[in-house]
Design a protein around this ligand. Sequence first.
Ligand SMILES: *[C@@H]1O[C@H](CO)[C@@H](O)[C@H](O)[C@H]1NC(C)=O
Ligand SMILES: *[C@@H]1O[C@H](CO)[C@@H](O)[C@H](O)[C@H]1NC(C)=O
Ligand SMILES: *[C@@H]1O[C@H](CO)[C@@H](O)[C@H](O)[C@H]1NC(C)=O
Ligand SMILES: *[C@@H]1O[C@H](CO)[C@@H](O)[C@H](O)[C@H]1NC(C)=O
Ligand SMILES: *[C@@H]1O[C@H](CO)[C@@H](O)[C@H](O)[C@H]1NC(C)=O
Ligand SMILES: *[C@@H]1O[C@H](CO)[C@@H](O)[C@H](O)[C@H]1NC(C)=O
Ligand SMILES: *[C@@H]1O[C@H](CO)[C@@H](O)[C@H](O)[C@H]1NC(C)=O
Ligand SMILES: CC(=O)N[C@H]1CO[C@H](CO)[C@@H](O)[C@@H]1O
Ligand SMILES: [Zn+2]
Length: 399
Amino acid sequence: MFVLAPLLLAAATVVVASDERLIRYGPGVDDTARVSEAALDFIRTTPSIDASHPALAGVDPSFLAALASRPQKTGPGFLDLTEVTLPDLDGNTLSLETPTEPLVAFADAPYPTPNATKYPELASLFPQVSAQGLGWTIGNLTNFTTRYYRSTIARDSAVWIQGQFAASAGASNVVFIENSFNQPNVIAAIPRANTSTNNEVVIIGAHFDSLNQRNTSGVAPGADDDASGVAVILQTLQILSKAGFRGQRRIEFHAYAGEEGGLLGSTRTAANYSSAGTAVRGMVEFEMVAYQSGTSPVISLTTDTAPTLQTFVTSIIKTYVPEVTFRTTACGYGCSDHDSWVDQGYSAVCLAEAGPRDSTLNPYYHTSNDTLDKLNMTQASYFVKAALAFVVELSEHAA
Ligand SMILES: *[C@@H]1O[C@H](CO)[C@@H](O)[C@H](O)[C@H]1NC(C)=O
Ligand SMILES: *[C@@H]1O[C@H](CO)[C@@H](O)[C@H](O)[C@H]1NC(C)=O
Ligand SMILES: *[C@@H]1O[C@H](CO)[C@@H](O)[C@H](O)[C@H]1NC(C)=O
Ligand SMILES: *[C@@H]1O[C@H](CO)[C@@H](O)[C@H](O)[C@H]1NC(C)=O
Ligand SMILES: *[C@@H]1O[C@H](CO)[C@@H](O)[C@H](O)[C@H]1NC(C)=O
Ligand SMILES: *[C@@H]1O[C@H](CO)[C@@H](O)[C@H](O)[C@H]1NC(C)=O
Ligand SMILES: *[C@@H]1O[C@H](CO)[C@@H](O)[C@H](O)[C@H]1NC(C)=O
Ligand SMILES: CC(=O)N[C@H]1CO[C@H](CO)[C@@H](O)[C@@H]1O
Ligand SMILES: [Zn+2]
């Protein structure tokens, strides 16, 4: 069983005032802070933090020092755990667990060695990867003026994704996990073939909210960040559903809300799974996958988390996606939704077009110019191959 990391967890009662948020900014026991909404709004919308700015008066200096140490702010750089402390629609509150030792002992589950001979169906699934289909999804998602999690239309894009998921997976296999703001997480599943074999879940995810960092009320197309990741998980679902694929493990496709606010939707989802005792075999986040700065495709793997899963995913890409240049990159704490899973002791990694320090990173992200015309769907299509290989290898035979 590869359930939870061997961490000593102690439940803690957490009370958060209505004008403050509970932040975790690093893996250590004491790496938490209570920060006012106003100061957090400033932090969320400021690419480079100057700790002496008046808007940051009174903010925990260790939190500010941690933010300043990030390579460059791509993701929020912290986890906002406040969502976890809020009741769900049924009035149940998730238990917020505070680690009693540093969160360095990631679930280090053993993984198999990828073997293309053992999964011959992948060779027939790969030709169905469609660059055009990815562009269609990104085009439709960028058609929402914004997908900012606090906008008045924040829910519309979730409903659109629900419709797309349901068209492939069937409506009964799609659920919302509601958040305190008007943008739920959307989750689709391909149930396992045989309910008596393995109750672990294989997850691929991406966030569907977008951010215009200069003006949160402004246009925020978020084509690369992260409609591109949503397009990858949606197409993976479409291809597997069309083929009638069923593995020994359940496969889930997670579209997260409010990532730009502090991994809000994924912290709540991961805490929900942890509270329910759900075992996760492995989780991969797809975060900005369609911008190609050179003439050839690149896949970058983040190196901050889950060493054995990193080795497995590296090997998946080298085995099944030899067309790409493979790179590794440090992402920094709180850089995307996979960190919400790591925070709950699960094995999770992130795939992207580039790391936050790389000059090849999309220069348009978090602006009104993060649009489809800047992207290359051939580059994005290699991530669908990686996603297909990842979920088939980990679900089909339950090894
Ligand atoms: C957790 O997931 C279950 C099942 O999907 C759902 O009923 C419940 O509302 C979720 N809890 C929260 C806090 O979202
Ligand atoms: C790969 O899978 C094939 C078919 O299941 C098997 O015969 C072969 O021994 C496997 N190779 C390795 C290196 O495990
Ligand atoms: C965007 O929306 C407009 C108006 O509804 C529609 O005509 C167009 O086809 C859409 N474009 C994409 C790429 O979805
Ligand atoms: C389900 O798996 C169990 C354990 O491997 C096996 O005994 C059983 O025959 C399987 N059932 C079906 C319907 O495949
Ligand atoms: C932000 O964008 C909105 C909507 O386009 C606009 O009305 C507002 O003036 C902008 N605010 C700033 C400060 O540019
Ligand atoms: C898109 O990327 C592929 C390789 O991934 C390259 O062959 C192609 O020329 C690129 N297209 C454009 C329009 O840059
Ligand atoms: C978007 O691109 C246009 C045209 O290149 C440029 O004038 C504008 O400053 C850019 N806006 C942002 C927010 O980057
Ligand atoms: C469901 C949906 O909104 N689909 C639209 C996606 O974009 C195309 C145009 O590219 C429209 O024709 C679809 O109606
Ligand atoms: Zn993102």
